[in-house]
Design a binder for this molecule. Structure first.
Ligand code: GZL
Length: 312
């Protein structure tokens, strides 16, 4: 073997395939399914070996998956944390093993030095965008609002509630009369909306629904239809994620507004890791994605078509 061939071969070995462990929450919503699809696609395109774990929305399964990734000696860990608390010890174990951790789409209460960066939206701002839209729609009219909250203790549930309430400040004609978690699922949204309707005069007294994600809104729309009311008219519907089916609902007149959350959190995460692996470059602690409002007047079926093949 000539020296040149040996050097070339060694260089090739230096670019050995990186292995990344991904602790995914589950598949509770269309948005979550799209995030998983896009993460697999991004890993494939970049020649990264992805070890995938679905926690079925249980934190103990995520902690076990992270411990397994550390034992495997993976090169990095992606974590979409189902709730915000209870991560310190397992993140410390990853840090001791010098394995960088990147958070996707949700935050944790742990100290920032326990993860390399967090890729996600400004969840408080998303709630503000949703609330601002409702304020604009309702004007000075009295409006009793019901709220379907995301998974209890998750950063999107906490922050989207805060942001929506920020937007309603100074608009005392709009009142949130009921809030309950639907756990980010269609079935949860349907069941809780049924109880809201029964508790509020069959729905006559409800002016609007704010759902922390589109999947709960879509479940609620079923319940409102079954109660003999017109979703999108009798009860205004605003939610977050911009999944294809919410645009279909808008086109059908059943939903009114959604705030877009990109499912492509892995792109910025893998960019940061590739820079780090190349020369030790560390990213900012928070890589923020956009929050764009879409309403019925934004050609919903064009938005549906643009998203329908992305793995939702
Ligand atoms: C928000 C993300 C949420 C989505 C839901 O960043 O964590 O989790 O809005 C999903 O659809 O369940």
């Amino acid at each position: 073997l000539t020296t040149a061939t040996l050097i070339a071969g060694t260089a090739g070995m230096a670019a050995a395939q990186q292995t990344v462990g991904f602790s995914q929450i589950g598949s509770e919503s269309g948005w979550r399914a799209a995030e998983t699809t896009l993460t697999r696609q991004q890993a494939e395109e970049r020649g990264i070996n992805l070890q995938f774990s679905d926690a079925q929305q249980r934190q103990e399964n995520q902690i076990a998956a992270i411990r397994s990734f550390v034992a495997q000696g993976v090169d990095a860990i992606l974590l979409a944390p189902v709730v915000a608390t209870g991560w310190d010890s397992v993140l410390e174990e990853a840090a001791e093993a010098e394995i960088p951790v990147i958070l996707l789409d949700r935050r944790v209460d742990s100290a920032e030095d326990l993860y390399m960066t967090a890729v996600g939206s400004d969840l408080v701002h998303e709630g503000e965008v949703a609330g601002d839209w409702l304020v604009g729609e309702v004007g000075d009219e009295e409006c009793r609002v019901v709220e379907l909250e995301g998974t209890t203790g998750s950063s999107p549930a906490i922050d989207r509630a805060t942001g929506f309430r920020n937007a309603l400040e100074g608009h005392d004609n709009i009142e949130i009369v009921r809030s309950q978690t639907g756990d980010f699922t269609r079935s949860g949204g349907k069941e809780v909306m049924e109880s809201f309707l029964q508790a509020e005069g069959g729905g006559q007294d409800i002016c609007a629904l704010y759902a922390h994600n589109d999947d709960m809104a879509l479940g609620a729309i079923q319940a409102i239809n079954e109660a003999g009311l017109n979703p999108g008219e009798d009860i205004l519907i605003v939610s977050i994620d911009a999944v294809p089916d919410i645009f279909q609902a808008m086109a059908d007149g059943d939903a009114n507004a959604t705030v877009e959350l990109t499912p492509n959190m892995a792109g910025p995460a893998f960019d940061a890791l590739e820079a780090y692996w190349a020369d030790g470059t560390e990213p900012e602690k928070f890589i923020q994605t956009d929050s764009t409002l879409y309403t019925q007047s934004d050609d919903p079926m064009a938005e549906y078509e643009a998203r329908k093949d992305l793995g939702y």
